[in-house]
Ligand binder design. Structure first.
Ligand SMILES: NC(=O)c1ccc[n+]([C@@H]2O[C@H](COP(=O)([O-])OP(=O)(O)OC[C@H]3O[C@@H](n4cnc5c(N)ncnc54)[C@H](OP(=O)(O)O)[C@@H]3O)[C@@H](O)[C@H]2O)c1
Length: 286
């Protein structure tokens, strides 16, 4: 097998599956017209994950799936550990055993957010359990002996997740003329379609090490919302708040990523926020 995307659903995974002819996994439901390259897999079943990899021996494995709800990770720690840490550890070990190559998708939330504009070599220090599970997985992938890249990204947008990403949520709320309460947090907004193209390039070229693949502009949530409002000519208003009721996990204040390495290394250059919004315009905003 040439390549396997785990999994082919979600914000990033659905685009990886659409832009490549790699096989992909899905957890439930009907895989649709591409069913001949679809494999049913729940990552909590570590033995099934191991068997799939050892039997099919994909040259490239892209591990994108994760428990991404940071508040749920804080509460359901056992499951978060299983999906975000143990599954990547098993995948890395299997890939090493047959000499394959792994791209592990990680996060800006491995950083504490006290400084921002983080480079690949900066020390990690997550402030919540989600970030901790991803940090632990990074260490295991590095120690596994498998040839690999660790791709850290930030604040994905573009639609296609079970949960609404920030850009789609802000767009919907402002279009209704409502008030948008946003926390004072700086991220590197990243169009999911750009990330998918860059990850596929990394997989094709089998690049190694940690690479920050994100939008080129660090930006506060409030600034993002105001740019969306302006670009699409929306009503509504934006207010900065200290915290959001119901949040159980802490968020880093500024987890933006330096994309210098990606800029120098990749043909797919990190886009500006405006360029990302431009791609959205072409897609349906719902
Ligand atoms: N979204 C962001 O802003 C962001 C920022 C930084 C890093 N990242 C990282 O980027 C990667 C992709 O994120 P995303 O936003 O595309 O995620 P997403 O839209 O929330 O999708 C998560 C994916 O993981 C799958 N998954 C979760 N638990 C699973 C399990 N037990 N078994 C099999 N599949 C399971 C989901 O499958 P179902 O469709 O069946 O639920 C879905 O395909 C993740 O590794 C995440 O940590 C994301």
């Amino acid at each position: 097998m040439e390549g396997l995307i785990i999994s082919g659903t979600g914000l990033l995974g659905s685009r990886l599956a659409a832009l490549s002819d790699y096989d992909f996994t899905y957890r439930s439901g009907d895989p649709g017209p591409d069913r001949e390259r679809a494999h049913r897999l729940d990552l909590r079943d570590l033995a099934a994950l191991r068997s799939l990899l050892i039997e099919r021996r994909p040259r490239v494995v892209i591990l994108s799936a994760a428990m991404t709800d940071v508040d749920m990770c804080e509460e359901e720690r056992e499951e978060a550990l299983r999906v975000n840490y143990e599954a990547p550890a098993v995948a890395a070990e299997a890939v090493r055993s047959y000499g394959g190559y792994l791209v592990f998708i990680s996060t800006d939330y491995v950083f504490d957010g006290l400084r921002g504009n983080y480079r690949e070599e900066d020390p990690t220090s997550p402030v919540n359990f989600y970030g901790r599970t991803k940090e632990m997985a990074e260490r295991r992938v590095e120690a596994s002996g498998a040839r690999h890249a660790i791709v850290r990204t930030s604040a994905l947008f573009g639609g296609g997740s079970r949960r609404k990403d920030f850009v789609l949520w802000a767009y919907g709320r402002l279009r209704e003329g409502g008030e948008l309460a946003v926390v004072d947090q700086v991220v590197s907004p990243t169009p999911a379609s750009y990330l998918a193209r860059a990850v596929l390039e990394i997989a094709e070229r089998e690049l190694e090490g940690i690479i920050h693949v994100a939008g080129r502009e660090p930006m506060s949530r409030a600034e993002m919302a105001l740019r969306i409002k302006e670009r699409f000519g929306l009503g509504g208003s934006v207010r900065v708040v200290d915290s959001v009721p119901g949040w159980r996990a802490r968020r880093p204040r500024n987890s933006s990523l330096s994309v210098e390495r990606a800029d120098a290394l990749l043909r797919n250059r990190p886009p500006s926020f405006e360029e990302g919004l431009g791609e959205l315009e072409e897609a349906s905003l719902g």
